[in-house]
Design a protein around this ligand. Sequence first.
Ligand code: NAI
Length: 348
Amino acid sequence: MSAVFDHVEFDHHEQVVFAHDHQTGLRAIIGIHNTFLGPAAGGVRMANYANMDDALTDVLRLSRGMSYKNALAGIPLGGGKAVLIGNPKADKTPQLMQALGRAIQGLAGRYLAAEDVGMTLADMEEIALETNHVFGRDPKAGFGGEPSPMTALGVLLSIKTCVRRFMGRDDLRGVRVAVQGAGAVGADLARQLGQDGAEVLIADMDSARAQAAADAAGGQVLSVDDILCADVDVLAPCALGAILNDVTIPKLRSKIVCGAANNQLAEPRHGQALAERGILYGPDYVVNAGGIINVSYEVSGEYDATKVVEHIQRIPKTLEQIFEEAADEGLTPDVVADRMAQRLIGRS
Ligand code: NAI
């Protein structure tokens, strides 16, 4: 495993914690990238990483992304992330979640946890038995609940912004959108796109899930292999990171890429590769901030869904500003977004 300080994704993380519990087998890494704006906040991801190096790379990239996301979303939180190593379908137990809760509690509020891929609302409640520093909790208890509908709303508004800018269209009627991933965010996004008159194509590894989402959106299922290069106006990646790479970019046929998945660019240079193909890219962490905006209102202790929606409605303005600066300076939107975020977290 690469040494942490020399890791190519280290980027001056303030703290990286390796948490273990011998009774439950807990193996987790918590990355605290930057706390300039407030305590580091970001989701817990549970995944069956092939090795420790993959888990470390993931947590470092994701926690830096959270610093940038929270800064550009205008919320008083820093950036952090936790990865829990294991199969979410086979290895999850209440005791494991509680052990993670104790590890989070040990950080005394420097890291605030929420839900990410492989975790559920019920898991958040188990973690909460051991720590107060966990959010995205049950709405019946006055918390914000699943962040994914708010994430989907932010993605929808971002797609509309990109369509307005690049296609000169004020509505989505007849606009063709390919959604990769029919999970919590992708399915909800597809439904909202369908309601707005878009033509939705959707794919998921789980074909039943893809079909249900397509039905709800009045759209069609496409195969997992075909979705990225579908002949559409907009590609909305809502599954995995690193899907914009040397192999996929030459095959894309969309005019716009705008979706929820974190870390869509395999490497920073892929932002330029998209621009060279004439594709408008909505920087992922700007587009997908709805969920963490929801969490931030929980953290403030004054959860109010109306205020959350109003805050999410500001994402298009940030996106417009990024596109404007990028056009004025001949830069790509991802470079401009990173630069804005670095200024806000005291790194420029
Ligand atoms: P999820 O786990 O509910 O859904 C992901 C879906 O992608 C699953 O249905 C899975 O079967 C599918 N999938 C995996 N590989 C695929 C492939 N190669 N082709 C097609 N489908 C594939 O996750 P969720 O919550 O919907 O998140 C989606 C993405 O958005 C993730 O990258 C996540 O990090 C990101 N995100 C989610 C937020 C949220 O509020 N849930 C907030 C910000 C980002």
